[in-house]
Design a protein around this ligand. Sequence first.
Ligand code: HEM
Length: 225
Amino acid sequence: MGKMYPVVTEEYRMALEAAKPKLKAFLIESGCAPLMLRLAFHTAGTFDVKNSRLDVPLRQEFSILSWGDFLMLVGVLAVEVTGGPIVPFHPGRPDMNTPPPEGRLPVPNMGPDQLRNTFINTMGLNDQDIVALSGGHTLGSGHKDKSGVEGSWTRNPLVFDNSYYKELLAGETAGLLKLPSDKALLADPIFRPLVEKFAADQNAFFQAYSESFMKLSELGWADIA
Ligand code: HEM
């Protein structure tokens, strides 16, 4: 019951290294990098192995890896192959055999207080993490049939750059998506200067994203002991 930790042996590390180029090729060929980044975000702390339908042959090939490590690695590589920063990756994520409680993930109508409640009070992250991780929306789109929202946040949704922040500051633009939770970053006196900083300085965004995503990707390991 509970958490099942993989044993990170030499063989495990070799499988990780062997998986990387194959996963990168899959992400590039399939155009699935945005979806895989979103999946990795949702994996952090909420993944239920029994409910997974990620049935790719690559998963079979690298079945030695825990689902947690496999999906998080895919999310890290999704950013790398689309031009974003390299996020340090440490293996050893456990899988759960019981589903997590509902309601842990953020929803689109959240304002600053509710975003803080989710990311800070529940996940243990901070204000800068909220702004930096929201930049994940530089990739991908909303789909009406999935979430009710349609369209991408940026003009190049397969390129990971700081355009999410630039578009946010530019205000409403025909054809581009802004969720209330995105606009909440403009309304808040702590969030907004960070949006401005990341819009002006892509390196600052990449560095912050890398730190914040690594933190996100390692949530839950504190209870290993
Ligand atoms: C701040 C709170 C957040 C909210 C309320 C939120 C909400 C959403 C919604 C409603 C969609 C559209 C889903 C669909 O219709 O397919 C979406 C897509 C996406 N989200 Fe978020 N999200 C949040 C944070 C994040 C974070 C932290 C990341 C990653 C670091 C992320 C990465 C993505 C990506 C890459 C997509 C596009 C997926 C695709 O193209 O299929 N989101 N998000």
